[in-house]
Design a protein around this ligand. Structure first.
Ligand code: PEP
Length: 239
């Protein structure tokens, strides 16, 4: 399995002044043992790329359009993200699926566009609390996985993030057994068994090490705790 990855999703947070957090992170972790990725809002990609140049930090976008270019006001293409310094792009985050009614078919089309632009797609799947309570977690995530993966997805161009919707930003996490059960099922259903599987949902410095120790967990997708260098640094230290 490749080196683990700590991926930070800044969501719709971050202004120019917050770039100091990245400077502080680089100063505190000049040579992290494994992968570190930050996905800032698109407005900060280029300035963050300037700061991260020469460091071990990779950058990513939070979404891209399924078309390569054209009349899509307000959208951003995969090539634009790459041009601004991104190597990855998060696709199908539950907030996009909920706020923008994104289907798994659309996520697959976006992943195709990301691959065409040379980006690694981080495809998110995860059940709602009602789906977990109904006992349909594995059905839901495996259905999302199959429908969201484009043809040609390999470990070299795709990462899967398991993010239970009820654990995102809530401070609640599944038990280690629950995380392991879903990751084991995902691993068994990947088109390429070497593909990295991230866990996401209220990962913090205090719980990162025990989550990373699970066999089929290859890293984390981190929201709130990626915004401050001290918190994200604690997660990086657990890689
Ligand atoms: C996320 O939004 O991808 C996420 C995991 O958020 P948080 O870490 O804040 O739960």
């Amino acid at each position: 399995m490749p080196c683990k990855l700590a991926a930070g999703n800044w969501k719709m947070n971050g202004l120019d002044a917050d770039l100091d957090e990245v400077r502080a992170l680089i100063a505190a972790h000049p040579s992290p043992d494994c992968g570190v990725l930050i996905c800032p809002p698109a407005t900060l990609l280029a300035p963050m790329a300037n700061i991260a140049r020469g460091s071990a930090i990779l950058l990513g976008g939070q979404d891209c359009h399924s078309d390569a270019n054209g009349a899509h006001t307000g959208d951003i293409s995969a090539a634009m993200l790459a041009d601004a310094g991104a190597r990855h792009v998060i696709l199908g985050h539950s907030e996009r699926r909920a706020d923008h009614a994104e289907s798994s078919d659309l996520v697959a089309a976006k992943a195709r566009a990301a691959h065409a632009a040379g980006l690694t797609a981080i495809i998110c799947v995860g059940e709602t609390e009602a789906e977990r309570d109904a006992g349909t977690t594995l059905d839901v995530v495996l259905t999302q996985l199959r429908a969201s993966l484009p043809g040609g997805a390999t470990a070299a161009n795709t990462v899967i993030a398991y993010e239970p919707v009820w654990a995102i930003g809530t401070g609640r996490t599944p038990t280690l057994e629950q995380i392991a059960e879903v990751h084991d099922a995902l691993r068994a259903n990947l088109p390429d068994p070497e593909m990295s599987l991230l866990y996401g949902g209220s990962v913090k410095p205090g719980n990162a090490a025990e989550i990373f120790a699970l066999g089929n967990v290859d890293g984390a997708l981190v929201g709130g705790a990626s915004l401050k260098a001290v918190d994200f640094g604690g997660i990086i230290a657990a890689l």
